[in-house]
Design a protein around this ligand. Structure first.
Ligand code: FAD
Length: 485
């Protein structure tokens, strides 16, 4: 069955019966549980916008495999224009949700695996690419939501997988059988996983010969026996169970509703295995996934920042500070930072190139630079929003205080801003800012798609330091003297 509408999507989640725990208890139906509804709503936008005529060009594409029109979140980029549309689409959906809509991670995993299975087959004569293409056709025709499963919990970070005290701290092959493999381990911080259908597992880092059981790429239905998920605690999770004001962004929540996924001796048939021991390609798969994912961040975070800017401007208007020149300047700075990250995403897309598989790939140096900027600029945007909004962001009373028969009148009276603006509306805007600039939301900008240091490592590899030294020597009139370093 093809998932087209939000109703189709919700029904598919109800029916699949996967194992998800929230706050120590198994959730029977995530589609009716308040902790999950905002994340389901946000992911639903990726289905709904594909059906909206005004978004058809951005939210859908023509499959290069079947010629059918498909949801763009299942498409393999065929041109530079596709790469640019990806970024534009992410910003457009972020305008609707103000939070993570989760589907880009799986999309990046599909593209990275497509490119890399082609290269593995070229070198080793394997048939991973043919297998993967069949899997991709199934995903494109059913429009299922795929989790991009890269990050393992990793235990002791100073040790490779085979030296860990517990072998399951990284996901690995436990047994090879005639009909498939058995895997165990985990994937951490998995965006949208509770409300997805499939996970595409990739190695978390470059693997060496001794870790070849960890050089694993395969697809697993999340309802498979042995797969369970534990939902992560968020900064405002209890507010999802109350009224609408305290939650800040009640319909769409914040970040992607991440889970820890446990694989306890899970069977994967060979047709769903796309790398199994070819450790020479693990680094390339990680690098490609990371580049494709880092490409996104000026798109989605650009869109989310647009809302933070709008909310900050409204907060200033509601409390009478909007005319102050420093407030105007701070808003202009927030706009500058937002367009800076967006232009990074557009530029790495515009400089994209075709890989041997035929799929297009963004410029890796520029994509890394974009994500590095996001780790800084989103914090600065949040800092400026906090500055303009005031200390009330941290000390506002509960929604129930405003509604209280005894004390509501005091909250109404003392939290009032300029005449003509309701106190409740002022609180709502302030709560939206708090929600979008607080703990969980900020950490995603720092670590999602890789911690800042991983981008710096890529600069060392991609930014041609030798060429820069040569240019400097030439201008300084230094003859070809052997380098001292
Ligand atoms: C909201 C959110 C959503 C996410 N979604 C997904 C997802 O959908 N799919 C997915 O696969 N991943 C996802 N991630 C994971 C993300 O990619 C990781 O958080 C990131 O790669 C960092 O890994 P880590 O969290 O294990 O931190 P760590 O790797 O522990 O990093 C913490 C610090 O330790 C440093 N460090 C780590 N190892 C070493 C070492 N060996 N030597 C020196 N320094 C070291 C790092 O540079 C960093 O400064 C998500 C993360 C977040 C926060």
């Amino acid at each position: 069955m093809q998932i087209r509408t939000k109703d189709d999507y919700v029904k598919s989640l109800k029916e699949q019966g996967h194992t998800v725990y929230y706050n120590g208890e198994r959730v029977q139906d995530i589609t009716t549980h308040p902790a999950f509804i905002p994340h389901i709503n946000a992911a639903s936008k990726t289905y709904e916008m594909a059906l909206a005529p005004e978004f058809e060009d951005l939210a859908t594409a023509v499959s290069h495999l079947t010629g059918e029109r498909i949801n763009r979140f299942t498409h393999i980029h065929q041109t530079v224009e596709d790469l640019i549309k990806k970024v534009q689409l992410l910003r457009a959906i972020a305008h609707e949700t103000g939070s993570c809509f989760q589907r880009c991670v799986g999309w990046d995993a599909l593209n990275a695996t497509y490119m890399t299975t082609y290269d593995i087959d070229e070198k080793f004569g394997t048939s991973y690419h043919t297998r993967f293409t069949e899997y991709l056709k199934m995903i494109q025709s059913t429009n299922k939501m795929v989790v991009g499963g890269m990050t393992d919990t990793k235990g002791d970070r100073s040790k490779p997988p085979h030296q860990q005290a517990d072998p399951d701290l990284f996901t690995h092959v436990v047994e090879r059988r005639e009909d498939g493999i058995i895997i165990s381990g985990n994937k951490a911080h998995q965006t949208g996983a509770a409300n997805s259908h499939e996970i595409l597992i990739m190695p978390t880092q470059l693997m060496r010969e001794a870790d070849k059981d960890y050089a694993l790429c395969c697809a697993v239905p999340l309802s498979s026996p042995g797969v369970l998920q534990i939902f992560g605690r968020q900064t405002n999770d209890e507010r999802k169970f109350g009224g609408r004001t305290d939650a800040g962004n009640p319909d769409f929540g914040l970040v992607g509703g991440e889970t820890l996924i446990v694989f306890d001796n899970v069977f994967v048939p060979w047709e769903r295995v796309f790398m199994c021991g070819e450790h020479e390609f693990s680094g390339l798969l990680v690098e490609r996934f990371a580049t494709l994912h880092r490409q996104n961040y000026g798109g989605c975070k650009g869109g989310v920042s647009d809302i933070i800017i709008g909310a900050t401007a409204l907060a200033a208007e509601m409390q009478g500070s909007a005319g102050a020149s420093h407030v105007k300047d701070k808003l202009a700075e927030m706009m500058h930072l937002t367009e800076t990250i967006y232009s990074g995403s557009i530029s790495c897309s515009a400089m994209g190139r075709k890989t041997p598989s035929g799929a297009f790939y963004p410029d890796p140096l520029l994509a890394n630079c974009t994500k590095q900027n996001v780790t800084r600029h989103i914090y600065e945007i949040a800092r400026l929003a906090h500055d303009v909004a005031g200390g009330i962001l941290a000390t506002m009373p509960f929604e129930n205080d405003l509604k209280s028969k005894e004390i509501g009148k005091y909250v109404e009276k003392y939290l009032a801003g300029v005449p003509g603006v309701s106190t409740e509306n002022r609180i709502r805007i302030l709560r939206l800012i708090e929600n979008m600039t607080g703990g969980t939301a900020l950490v995603e900008s720092m670590h999602g798609a890789g911690s800042p240091q991983t981008q710096k490592v890529m600069y060392g590899r991609l930014s041609k330091l030798d060429m820069k030294k040569k240019m400097a020597k030439k201008l300084a009139g230094i003859e070809d003297e052997p380098s001292q370093v």
